[in-house]
Ligand binder design. Sequence first.
Ligand code: NAG
Ligand code: NAG
Ligand code: NAG
Ligand code: NAG
Length: 743
Amino acid sequence: MVNVARLLACAAVLAGFVQAGAKPSQGTPVYTGVKSFPTEVFAGMYYTPKNMEQEPRPVVSRLNGGVFPDSLNNPTQLPTAPPASEALMPPKLHGKEQVDALVNDAFNIAGQLFHQSNPPSLSCNLCKAGVATLQKLAHVNPEILPDVMGTICDTFGVFALLNYKQECKRTLSKAVYGGPITEVLSAANLTEGAIDAQGICGQIPALNLCPKPSERFSDDFLNSWFRGKRHAPKHVTKRWSQIKQRKDSQPKTPKSQLLRVPHLTDLHLDGRYMVGTESDCTYGETVACCRVNSYNLTKYHGQFVHGHLPDSDIVHKANYWGSLECDTPWSLMANSFQALKELGGDRGWDFTIFTGDLVVHDDLYRYSHDLVEYSEQSIYDMFKHYLGDTPLIPSLGNHDTSPENIMAPDSLPYGMGNEYQWDVEYIAELWSSKNWLNKKQANQVRTHQGAYSISPREGFRIIALNTDFWYYVNFYNYINMENPDMSGNLRFLTDELLAAEEAGERVWIIGHVLTGWSGEEALNRPGNLFYQIVSRFAPHTLAHIFFGHTHEDHFQLFYFNDNGASLTADRSTKNAVAQAFIAPSVTPYIKLNPAIRVMHVDPETYEVMDYDQYYSQIAEYDDIIHKKLNHGPVWRHLYSARDAYGDFHGSLNKGNYQAGVTLNGTRWPDNAPLNGTFWAALTDEMEARPELVTYFSEYQSRLSPTAHKCTSAKCHKANICYMRSGSPLQGQQCDSSYSAVGR
Ligand SMILES: *[C@@H]1O[C@H](CO)[C@@H](O)[C@H](O)[C@H]1NC(C)=O
Ligand SMILES: *[C@@H]1O[C@H](CO)[C@@H](O)[C@H](O)[C@H]1NC(C)=O
Ligand SMILES: *[C@@H]1O[C@H](CO)[C@@H](O)[C@H](O)[C@H]1NC(C)=O
Ligand SMILES: *[C@@H]1O[C@H](CO)[C@@H](O)[C@H](O)[C@H]1NC(C)=O
């Protein structure tokens, strides 16, 4: 008998060799943007450029009347601090300690910690003693703590040690991080046996002074977490395997019958983007380029404060349509929404998901409640305008709050959770006003601080999380660290999943901050609890997970694990239960081309059958301006997941194809979904054909000319390791040097 599969495999190997050295294609143009700004979307204009000399500045109406001031997107007016009224402070508690002696102790400890090289064990104890001292201060005289911390930070160059290029005093002021950190210090659990001090000293980046808290959960914990149902009931797994058997025996569902679902993420509007300034700037006192105060030290040696440098002192001028180093200006934002609408064609979309981050990357002290609400209002207005009646299912990102990155769980003392309710209330009302949420869901957003559960179609449910509650930068997560779910977001998620399981619904989870990949973003305990939840409910109830946050195009896998320790999971392909899609950003920040993803989804199983990746090349924007072309940015089709990754000839030939899915020759069958098994098998294929990782890394940045390419064996290995990491601790075992191509 002739082995057809083998013959086909050989042909594909030959094709593969041809492809190996090749670069991915730039893709076919699918939409050419218009030059003019869509002023009709807004209440009016503060400023309309005549010929792209500066960015447009629309007037945006507030939800409850009035308009946002022009100062929020006027490039010549950079604020230097949030309003004093936004400062936070815990109450003064009683204590008998002398303030002066405590301040002295704090300085002494900091001097030893940050000045000398101690053995790690000593540093850990010293750091814990430092936390205890600061807590006493926070109890007796909280008001002075921001200043004490700012002075310690300056004196010992702490930010420089952390490679954090910001000013200590401004960043640690009361209305920025000083107040929230004082609250955290005041409320941290420092009783005997609690792990908060260890967590603070171990998991705040680059301090790394203590071992990180253990990820492990006990059997008792998991039994009660899953309400006695540690595994899916028989009738549930049986129901799912019957559906799968039927699907596997049917031909593929025609593309015209699949649901079309865009996944947008990380928009990051920079209303203060200034055309003609330095885009390739030296990040110094500021984190944003393309600004009135941007300069590049190799070209300009002065102390630049404000204005326009002469062209000869600029490396690369900020383009009207956007720049590789900067967040999204108004022009590109509008162009991206127009592209989204055009790509939908006459048929439009079935629904759209957005995984968060609207607000600009900026110096912490330039954030304010108003900036966040302005970004939320203006961008959700655009979503509504361009999507019409198509439902949007949004989630909050770490930048969609002020101070950025942080939000207190409402279970904390001193009413800390209420201090962020302004934001939660605003989005609950805003999303309802667009008809994306009903009353029940709006109330869920209010009570679960951004989390909610929605059923856009019968038999299908999407659960949106506020992933700030596992994000390592959110200091409030360091209070009661033993408890992986102080916010109750994961409790809500689990109960929704239990109910969906009983009701026979298929579920997607959407959120912003990812749990795995390099393992740098989520805290170990909540990250691992999420892993346990995924393993419990996928694939029979939980179909897919969608994240953003890194701005780069990648994915992370989850494998079966039911013993409470993700690190012990057997991560071979036969054990894959799910994967999270991490979609590429619209913002170019940093060194990335803007991107929009469109998924094709089975209307019965809600499995992704394929996705199309679209993007726009920033390198072309200079030509648009210089050649005075009569159009805006051009969008192209970069790749389809099935075309790019659906061939398994490498692992077939090496005998390590282990997916258990019968291939069509060497290709993933047309009727099989791009589920966890597919992506796990892809990592095996990458081991057989490492050049596929290089390819993957080019897509990761959408062919950005300035991003890193993954070409070494070490990089290939690290990337495959990231892909197989769905929990923080799994990711932390990989070589961390290659976790991003843009940074
Ligand atoms: C503080 O930690 C101790 C020891 O783990 C624990 O018994 C106690 O419940 C914690 N307090 C709070 C408020 O969670
Ligand atoms: C500054 O300019 C130099 C010279 O053109 C360039 O190599 C560098 O990447 C630029 N950016 C920064 C952040 O230094
Ligand atoms: C993915 O789909 C294939 C084909 O239907 C199936 O054999 C496999 O078990 C699925 N894997 C998961 C994790 O759902
Ligand atoms: C197998 O591949 C061929 C060629 O691409 C295609 O025509 C056919 O529909 C595929 N069959 C399945 C079951 O995927």
